[in-house]
Design a protein around this ligand. Structure first.
Ligand code: SF4
Length: 352
């Protein structure tokens, strides 16, 4: 697609990127990174999740590429606050707020299909031309290629078949959602070729890392310096992000996209009404499969969806006899650095 029209911002891993790309825009995930000054507090309450506030700080600090517009998913009340605040500081910019079902049953999939169609209509208006089914198909193909590439590489790294640092993998995760999907795989191969394999093999204690946002590659250097070896992750800025779309022409591309997004490994805001504690059970099976000696949860403070699930998650780990360390962060490396002693003590305990 030669006539690309700039970036469309997004924040949530449930955002349907193939539709944004099909409309001729490059999806740009506004990650809660960088050192923009704290300004969000001028508009939003302080006790709101730092993920939201860091994103608004970047917008208020103009620490973003030029955006042609932004897509918000109704993942939680905090995201709704962000959409309101964003419109307040950037009233002339295109923005859309899509409802996101909390469950993944048939009714929710049909509803979400409607929301994604709404997005396609809005993007067509912003773009000044309709999006074709061929373009959506191509968008899905591209992001499936990226998902396959990243899943294969991630597995190699976690299985010790590619001696590449987890921090380098995080750079690739970040690059895959902030730049052209067309050139991503080419860029990824270049980044991998430039990064000489680790001279030393990380002999750390195998740990399963889960939670939501941890986009800073240096965080993985810090875990390693504490004696941990991350052998699997379930993060929305990591492995949980890449889940290929099973495009089914009979079902329709948009419905296939809605279904694949809702049926991906759940984040804490997604529930299964038939099995309330499901997320805890899924995390336990992943921890066991990975062979980890313990697990570290990285949770963003004031994150209502995750903090409300934490008691049942802790209980599942206690029942399974798998040691769990919970870190509450504010999307900065500093907030993890302040818990270095706890991480070191936890790893030492696992080493016994
Ligand atoms: S981190 Fe939690 S509260 Fe913040 S936007 Fe994500 S789901 Fe919502």
């Amino acid at each position: 697609m030669s006539d690309m029209k700039g970036y469309i911002g997004f924040a949530c891993a449930y955002t349907p990127l193939p539709i944004i790309y099909a409309a001729g825009y490059t999806p740009y995930r506004v990650l809660p990174m960088g050192d923009s000054p704290d300004q969000a507090g001028h508009i939003l309450h302080d006790n709101l999740c730092p993920h939201i506030k860091r994103i608004l700080d970047r917008a208020m600090g103009n620490d973003l590429p030029d955006l042609a517009g932004i897509v918000f998913m109704n993942s939680c009340d905090a995201m709704r606050r962000l959409a309101d605040a964003w419109h307040h500081i950037r009233p002339d910019e295109y923005s859309i707020f899509l409802d996101l079902p909390a469950t993944a049953d048939e009714l929710s999939i049909s509803f979400f299909t409607g929301e994604i169609s709404k997005l396609a209509v809005a993007l067509s208006k912003w773009r000044g031309r309709n999006i074709s089914a061929t373009e959506i198909e191509y968008g899905i193909l591209l992001y499936n290629q990226i998902a396959d590439f990243m899943n294969e590489l991630t597995e190699k790294i976690y299985k010790g078949k590619a001696n590449i640092h987890r921090a380098v993998l995080q750079e690739l995760f970040n690059r895959s959602v902030t730049g052209s999907p067309i050139t991503f795989i080419e860029d990824a191969r270049k980044i991998l070729s430039e990064n000489r394999p680790n001279k030393t093999v990380n002999e750390g204690v195998p740990v399963f890392l889960f939670g939501h946002l941890l986009p800073d590659p240096e965080a993985f250097m810090l875990f390693e310096s504490c004696g941990a070896k991350i052998i699997l992750d379930d993060l929305c800025t990591g492995s949980r992000f890449f889940y290929p779309v099973a495009a089914d022409g009979k079902k329709g591309l948009v419905k296939s996209l809605a279904e694949s997004l809702l049926l991906r490994p759940p984040c804490a805001r997604t529930i299964d009404s038939t099995m309330p504690g499901k997320i805890g059970k899924i995390l336990i099976s992943k921890a066991r499969e990975s062979g980890a000696r313990g697990a570290i949860a990285h949770v963003v403070k004031f994150c209502d969806p995750y903090l409300s699930r934490l008691p049942s998650i802790r209980e599942e780990f206690r029942k399974a006899g798998i040691p769990l360390l919970v870190l509450e962060g504010d999307c900065t490396l500093r907030s993890i650095g302040q818990q270095q002693t706890r991480i070191e003590a936890f790893i030492e305990m696992l080493r016994q």
